[in-house]
Design a protein around this ligand. Structure first.
Ligand SMILES: [Fe+2]
Ligand SMILES: [Fe+2]
Length: 279
């Protein structure tokens, strides 16, 4: 690994567009226990695009309401704001995350589908484990592989070396680190930092392949790690995407067994089918 290359990679973070404005405005609302209908209306009032997205989602077959929802207030009252805002945020990140990433052998839309799958799996885990900081987990899960957007170009350049390392038994993320000095998880963490996202989100993204490196707020990174493994069972997330089995240490910490994972894999698959109506 050479220092110059690492500098190049980190410099490339600046070329990734800022977090979409919509998502950036929803994030603090999502994690604010005091957010109420009026505050949500205040944010949405000046953003017709966001309002339209929210109404489109509220009226989709996903929620299956018998009547047509015509206002933000009505949508929030009928459906609850958390799930709605999560979906609007998910939708607002789709432009950035749908791009093809040839370095990872990910065609257009594949990274996006995997990210949504992992966020749904994370939601299942949050509910089951009664994790208090659920919204942070959801967002971290949605963005966990965002570093691939930055790293794809460099992975492609060093593909021969990376694949040789994988053939020797290294996991793809470790091979990335050996060949490039950093892996997509580390770069994803730096990107989230550049977007000024909260440190616990940054940590969870940075540690999603290395959950044992966690020193604080471990439930957030633990859940993203396990959700990534569940997401990996559902889809073929491209080169190097085959999620390794979840860390036994983490499963132990969370009190999860293989049969729990199987159950959540099934319910995640069902939810993704329903979500395809919206996203
Ligand atoms: Fe990853
Ligand atoms: Fe992943």
């Amino acid at each position: 690994m050479d220092e110059k290359k690492l500098e190049d990679i980190v410099g490339r973070i600046r070329s990734v567009p800022a977090m979409p404005a919509t998502a950036a405005r929803l994030l603090p609302l999502l994690s604010d226990p005091a957010a109420d209908t009026r505050r949500i209306e205040d944010v949405l009032r000046y953003d017709p695009g966001l309002t339209a997205d929210l109404l489109k989602i509220a009226n989709s077959a996903y929620f299956g309401l018998p009547t047509r929802v015509g206002s933000v207030r009505q949508a929030v009252m009928l459906l609850g704001w958390k799930r709605l805002l999560q979906l609007v945020m998910t939708l607002s990140l789709s432009g950035l995350m749908k791009q093809p990433l040839p370095g990872y052998d990910l065609p257009r839309g594949a990274l996006w589908r995997h990210s949504v799958a992992v966020s749904v799996a994370a939601d299942r885990l949050i509910a089951r484990l009664k994790i208090p900081d659920g919204d942070a987990v959801f967002t971290a899960a949605l963005l966990h592989d965002v570093g691939k957007i930055v790293l794809a170009h460099f992975v492609r350049e060093e593909l021969g070396r990376i694949e040789a390392l994988v053939a020797k038994g290294l996991s793809f993320d470790v091979a990335e680190t050996v060949a490039l000095g950093v892996n997509h998880a580390g770069i994803g963490g730096k990107l989230l930092e550049a977007w000024s996202l909260p440190p616990r989100l940054v940590e969870a993204v940075r540690l999603h392949h290395d959950p044992e490196g966690c020193v604080r707020d471990c439930p957030v990174s633990d859940v993203v790690h396990v959700a990534n493994a569940i997401g990996g069972r559902l889809d073929l997330p491209g080169r190097g995407g085959a999620a390794p089995e979840p860390s036994p240490e983490v499963l132990d910490r969370l009190g999860l067994e293989e049969k729990d994972l199987e159950e959540m894999t099934l319910s995640t698959r069902r939810e993704l089918e329903r979500l395809s109506e919206v996203l």
